[in-house]
Design a protein around this ligand. Sequence first.
Ligand code: PLP
Length: 354
Amino acid sequence: MSIKIQPEAITSLRGYEVPERLGFGTVMAPVMFRARYQDGRWSDGELVPYGPLALDPAAKVLHYAQTCFEGMKAYRCGSEIGLFRPERNAERMVHSARRLCMPPVPEDLFMDAVRTVVSHCATLIPVGTGESLYIRPFLIGTQPDLSVTASKAYEFYVIASPSEAYHAGNMRLWVEREDSRAAVGGTGDAKVGGNYAASLLSIARLKERGYDQSLWLNPGNRRTVDELSGMNFFAVMDGALHTPALNGSILEGVTRDSMLTLARDLGIEVHEREIDIDDLLALVASGTCSEAFACGTAAIVSPISELGDSENRYRLASAPGPVAAQLRAALLDIQEGRVEDRFGWMQMVQMASL
Ligand SMILES: *Cc1c(COP(=O)(O)O)cnc(C)c1O
């Protein structure tokens, strides 16, 4: 795989100044990676200036949502740049693409694309703790054709955003008992835009009631906890860590898996199991469940301060709680290169010379 670096991409990087205020996911790096799929094969990729896409209005992605994406971060680790478990994102994007009948982006193409963007954007990466270059690879079906069949043409992009730490704060969750974000046999375990679209109405409703995020129940039984719209769910009960077992409708987070590994390593008892929502609420009310949090790449670990269910409110005793704080610190120490990477999670990228 050879990647072409367009001279215009280098020009836009040289002329770029990182704004002082970054926010999360709002400032875009001035370059992006692009590769095209046509006639059954991928083209060589290229690094091009960031800019609008030219899409035919009949492109399948705009009508039938043939699109999937990834979210990952590059961190400053001293003079190098570290990617956190990027092969997991490459694998997950293969899984998501297959579910939507799209040709998977080969894992080596995915990795080369991410490395090219990161090495060229190295000087854009902010250096504060929790700050990073947020990376968003995505795949779209571009064939202009309104018939309901899989697209024959695709484009794969990687864009990047220098970002501050994403502070979700202490979150108040609303137990969503009406809507589902994904169906049984649907796309819950694939990272696809449609799942997010299906979650927005619930979030708009709960904001009016003063809550921050939906706590989604399993769409099959409507009784056990699945996850949040873009983060996995954890609860601490009698000092042990509990999270819903993967069941086909939960998105398997890289952060989720890392939390489980770190917790076991720290000697915390871990349970992946079905968590009945009524049992959970009762345990919060009795104080047995002292702490709950959500985790994902963007916000890392976000404490949950309250669960709301119709007229009832259930306050968590500690938010942020000690277990969440311990796991968050352990993860950031690895990601930012302060401790030895004992699990082999980091992949280093060298800066490109511009
Ligand atoms: C992306 C995502 C997560 C978190 O996954 P990470 O790999 O940890 O960032 C959790 N739930 C949903 C629905 C997601 O889309």
